[in-house]
Ligand binder design. Sequence first.
Ligand code: ATP
Length: 369
Amino acid sequence: MNNAAAIKTPYLQIDALWKAFGDFLALKDISLAIEEGEFVCFLGPSGCGKTTLLRAIAGLDLQTQGSVHQDGKDVSNLPPSERDFGIVFQSYALFPNLSIEKNIAFGLENTGRSKAEINHRVAELLDLVGLPDQGRKYPAQLSGGQQQRIALARAIATNPGLLLLDEPLSALDAKVRVHLRHEIKELQRKLGVTTVMVTHDQEEALSMADRIVVMNHGVIEQVGTPTEVYREPQTLFVADFIGEMNQIPSSIGETGRLRIGEKHFACHAHDFRDGEDVVAAIRPEDVIPRGAGHTPEEGNENGLEVLLNEMEFLGSFWRCRLQSAQFGDNELIADFSINAVRRLALEEGKTIAIELPEGRLMAFERAGD
Ligand code: ATP
């Protein structure tokens, strides 16, 4: 095999894609490659352009500029009917006057299959989504979660190369949602179908996606695995949007260290000038408690004494609000495990030592800089 043959083209390739609605730019220069079999989530706040991008991939709303290639073919200007995808929307969008079987069979008709083949495929799909006995019912006789499974069965009926999911779980109640996200992920793995899902729910994206595309104001902020976007956010927006993040105004010390108040901390802040104003950031679960009567260790420049101002019991951990002269008016939120609180006898009102570990302390540009 020569080298050119060994380089695999992505299954879905989006290049320099723009979308304008009048004067408003909903998508700005989006480029993205998705591999065959990947489960990718578009994640971002309302209005960031997730759905617009999904609709451009489907051909439901054509881009203003840029291209979309699917399986090596330029589909940029093809109508939806000539593209190879199945789609599930937030509202179940089943035909209310057709039985479940007929709903699923809808896309299979006019595909040259015999009646027996269609019946067999419908039964197979009902089995696959765990509703083998519901075919004769009508949509209104099923729960929201069941209807969404049927919508999924209908979307994959013709074995499309691409499955598009537009907030498929957001109309369901919390428990059903968690259950169904697990089922969808299992099904996707089993079928190996390349899948793009739009969601504004970070937990959904973190738990389901192979890779997450974090969007904001029509641009991609970061693309990465769930662990990458959570543990190594590239921008303050990503850091803040996914999970919780303490943010303390600070600056880069003359030695390239982070200066919070009057104290210097070791941190991985490389791309800044000495003295530059930045935002110091650390996740609540990354703050390490050292206990009362425990002065910050000699030589550990990331140790600090703080006042345990408030403790809130949240079941599996304690959420603590920490005060220090170095933080000014900002409180540092720290999540301490039940074991740590017990072992170190942490109590409200105590002064304790904590550590902001070097590898978990981050620095970001200040917004507007
Ligand atoms: P949500 O989670 O709320 O659905 P989203 O990230 O999917 O948000 P989009 O639906 O892609 O956002 O919309 C992106 C921006 O484009 C929004 O500001 C929206 O108001 C605008 N927009 C979308 N469709 C149209 C349209 N047909 N005409 C004008 N503006 C539109």
